[in-house]
Design a protein around this ligand. Structure first.
Ligand code: DAH
Length: 340
């Protein structure tokens, strides 16, 4: 009997199953109703009393060794299958989990906010659904201005007119109405225009508006601030030029061009051979606008500017089609993710 116990103990120790099913088979073979260890225990009842102590211990040791071995083999197998079956080819290339990243429009917007923050500008916000006063009237738009046309602007209600803001300049009105100069704000936001006339134009885009009001603010301050912005956004070699223009809310008004950062000003197909790219509108805030917002135009002057974020992002990243910003194609967006 002792020889049998020792043989069984060795079999338990040497047991190396190749498949999970073999473990259960092994258990039944040893510990099942007709199992070999079970049979030993039956036999044990008939052994001489003086042998009982020693044999009993040996059988118990064998039984628990068998149970331990079976249980630990079962655990090993189920842990391996939870980890992928244990048959994984560890040299196979891993699957790529791309972390999320900011949308290029957000990247550029944040960069603008950061650049102007260094000049002391803080961020101001306003509603996307606006009234006529904040979008047009306070900004000196005449009654019959074409922007008030249903064809250009999405109206939600007429009389009184409620509409989707067509520019972020509405935020400068809200800031001037509620804050006392000195005022230095930057207003990023979404704007809406009824421009579905061509498949290339888009009804929604993003703008950043800037406003600076204080005593003795001059056109030179405007030019210097915008030159600083252009250098930080497009590189220290950037130059700017201001061309006379017209906006109802500024006088004088200008469009600003930045030297083409793709050809360095020599002329290429992006700048259409001119070496310059138009990026924003600006000017000295019209005294009528200051007065409409409750600011004394004899005491204060100021400048304002506004630009489209898509346009800046296209020039900065060399994006040729504005629609890419709205399609949310991950193949496009992934290119702006930080390197892993
Ligand atoms: N609001 C103008 C637009 O949507 C952009 C603009 C031009 C804003 C000149 C300004 C400015 O503040 O001074 O086209």
């Amino acid at each position: 009997m002792i020889a049998k116990i020792e043989e069984l103990l060795r079999r338990v120790e040497d047991f190396r199953p190749k498949a999970e099913a073999e473990i259960e088979e092994f258990r039944i073979k040893l510990l099942g109703k007709k199992g070999e260890i079970t049979a030993l225990m039956d036999q044990f009842r008939t052994v001489a009393p003086e042998m009982k102590r020693e044999l009993g211990q040996k059988i118990n040791t064998l039984k628990s060794a068998a149970l331990d071995r079976i249980n630990s083999l079962k655990e090993e197998i189920s842990a391996a299958s939870a980890a992928g079956g244990g048959t994984d080819d560890l040299t196979r290339p891993g699957t790529n989990d791309y972390p999320g990243s900011r949308h290029p429009i957000s990247i550029v917007r944040n960069e603008m906010v950061e650049i102007f923050a260094r000049l002391g500008y803080t961020v101001a916000d306003g509603p996307e659904i606006e009234d006529d006063w904040h979008v047009f009237s306070a900004l000196n738009f005449p009654e019959d201005h074409p922007a008030r046309d249903m064809q250009d602007t999405f109206f939600i209600e007429k009389n009184p007119d409620i509409l989707l803001r067509t520019h972020t300049s509405s935020i400068q009105v809200r800031v001037m109405e509620t804050q006392k100069p000195p005022i230095r704000v930057i207003c990023p936001g979404r704007v809406f225009r009824n421009e579905a006339i061509s498949s290339r134009s888009h009804c929604i885009f993003h703008q950043v508006e800037g406003l600076y009001i204080d005593r003795n603010v001059s056109f030179a301050d405007l030019k210097q601030s915008l030159l600083y912005f252009a250098k930080k956004m497009f590189g220290e070699d950037s130059k700017i030029r201001l061309r006379p223009s017209f906006f109802p809310f500024t006088e004088p008004s200008a469009e600003m061009d930045v030297s083409c950062n793709l050809c360095g000003g020599k002329g290429c197909n992006v700048c259409k051979g001119t070496g310059w790219l138009e990026i924003l509108g600006c000017g000295m805030v019209d005294p009528n606008v200051l007065e409409a917002c409750g600011i004394d135009s004899n005491e204060y002057t100021g400048f304002a500017f506004g630009m489209g974020i898509e346009r800046i992002a296209m020039l900065k990243f060399g994006v040729r089609d504005i629609r890419l910003f709205f399609e949310n194609d991950v193949r496009f967006l992934r290119q702006f993710a930080p390197a892993l």
